[in-house]
Design a protein around this ligand. Structure first.
Ligand SMILES: [Zn+2]
Length: 434
């Protein structure tokens, strides 16, 4: 072999080796690639399954109404087409006025992608119509909506709030957690016997007992009725129970069964001042001294006049110097009369029944008078008496079967109160201190 021939063989060998290496690398690469492909092809379907559970409906959401929102606007916002939102709201309107939606109110909805893949279909909607009711809207077959109103299940319970009066009954009872509505009922019930401006001094105590209706889902509570209230003023207890005597309206009674509501109002007009009292006086028009058989209340023309007590209108019409006049007959041979009226209230006429506080007419200046005022008379057994001494008249008192029912009601309230106190007290022997 010549050296030149050996050189050629060596070069060929090198080229072959290089070629073999290139081939090896190529096949190696293509093998790797195939294996990668195999891996991805097995993982792709599982990825598609994952995304399917995330992206496909139905979806549910709780939307909160903010300022300027309407039901239509919040439905449009999540992609419900306007015409469908309109149909839904029309159906809902049969059980709920959409205008009653309040700011911060929550609306729970279920919706799904429309087959066209572009917008959404409303499937279900639920909202709280008011404290006692929920409304639900369901999409039925054919894309129609059906609305239903459901009474919520409320838990009936009792609440006892008590404490010391340091600032005022109102401030301290509110701070102790009393419902403002119940507190107002308490103040109103005691207003016949307690002067809230004067009688409540620091060191006084209060107690309210009322029932409530609780929605356990939202935790919201609605007070029912004030069943019992107590004030301790200068060590003197004032207790009232709410009771409905057979055939009567509910009212507040003392523990002895006496109604706090007096049979007759001392002042049958709101915000008026007495400008001429009962008794002898020099008559402003006639000029000589004459017995004034009533009380005059100065008030602007048109001020409403209330019936002083339950009774029957005995006379309603002009009556000489009295001008436009009403006389009401009450029980116990009592009558009240109202003179110089500008007009009578609608429906008030001879023989009708009126209730205490009902508006019967309006202040005027008809008959013999120098200006608009109410002349008010109280007549007992045909004798004129001073209406300002009406507190001397007995209040309605429960008797007979009504009193028996009242005593049973009081005992029931006491038992509920006692049971609650016992349930809240830690069992005997429990270590509570340090
Ligand atoms: Zn008079």
């Amino acid at each position: 072999m010549t050296p030149s021939k050996r050189k050629v063989i060596l070069i060929a060998l090198c080229l072959f080796t290089a070629y073999a290496i290139v081939l090896f690398i190529f096949f190696n690469k293509s093998f790797d690639h195939d294996s990668e492909k195999a891996e991805t092809s097995t993982s792709v379907p599982s990825q598609e399954e994952d995304t399917a559970t995330v992206d496909e409906g139905p979806y549910d959401e709780t939307l909160t109404i903010t300022e300027g929102d309407t039901l239509a606007s919040i439905l449009n916002r999540i992609g419900i087409p306007s015409n469908q939102a309109h149909e839904a709201i029309t159906a809902l309107s049969t059980v709920f006025n959409p205008k009653d939606l309040k700011i911060d109110q929550e609306v729970y909805i279920i919706y799904d992608l429309h087959p066209n893949g572009e917008n959404y279909d409303l499937k279900f909607l639920r909202l709280r119509a008011d404290f006692d009711y929920d409304v639900e809207l369901v999409r039925t077959g054919g894309g129609l909506f059906q609305a239903t109103k459901y009474k919520k299940e409320l838990k009936h319970d009792y609440v006892n709030v008590e404490g010391d009066i340091k600032v005022s009954l109102y401030a301290d009872a509110l701070r102790a957690g009393a419902s403002p509505k119940m507190l107002y009922a308490m103040i109103k019930a005691f207003s016949y016997d307690v002067d809230f401006q004067r009688d409540i001094q620091p060191g006084s105590q209060f107690s309210l007992f009322y029932d409530t209706y609780k929605d356990e889902e939202s935790g919201l509570e609605r007070p029912g009725e004030l069943l019992y209230a107590k004030l301790l003023l200068d060590d003197k207890p004032y207790e009232l129970y709410r009771f409905q005597a057979p055939g009567d309206v509910p009212g507040y009674y003392t523990a002895s069964g006496e109604a706090v509501r007096k049979e007759l109002l001392k002042t049958p007009i709101d915000g008026a001042r007495i400008n001429s009292g009962f008794g002898n006086r020099k008559h402003p028009i006639l000029g000589y001294t004459k017995m004034h058989k009533g009380v005059d209340f100065a008030a602007p023309k048109g001020t409403p006049i209330m019936a002083a007590g339950d009774g029957i209108v005995e006379r309603c019409g002009p009556y000489s110097s009295y001008g436009n006049y009403i006389c009401i007959r009450h029980k116990g041979n009592m009558k009240t009369a109202y003179a110089h009226l500008s007009r009578y209230a609608k429906g008030v006429t001879n023989g009708i029944k009126v209730r205490q506080g009902q508006v019967i007419g309006y202040v005027g200046a008809t008959g013999r008078t120098t200006g608009p005022h109410l002349h008010f008379e109280l007549i007992h057994n045909g004798q004129h008496i001073n209406p300002q001494k009406i507190t001397q008249l007995p209040a309605t008192k429960l008797t007979g079967k009504a009193l028996v029912a009242f005593k049973a009601f009081m005992a029931k309230i006491e038992k509920i109160k006692k049971d609650r106190e016992e349930a809240q007290r830690p069992p005997e022997g429990t270590f509570t201190g340090v």
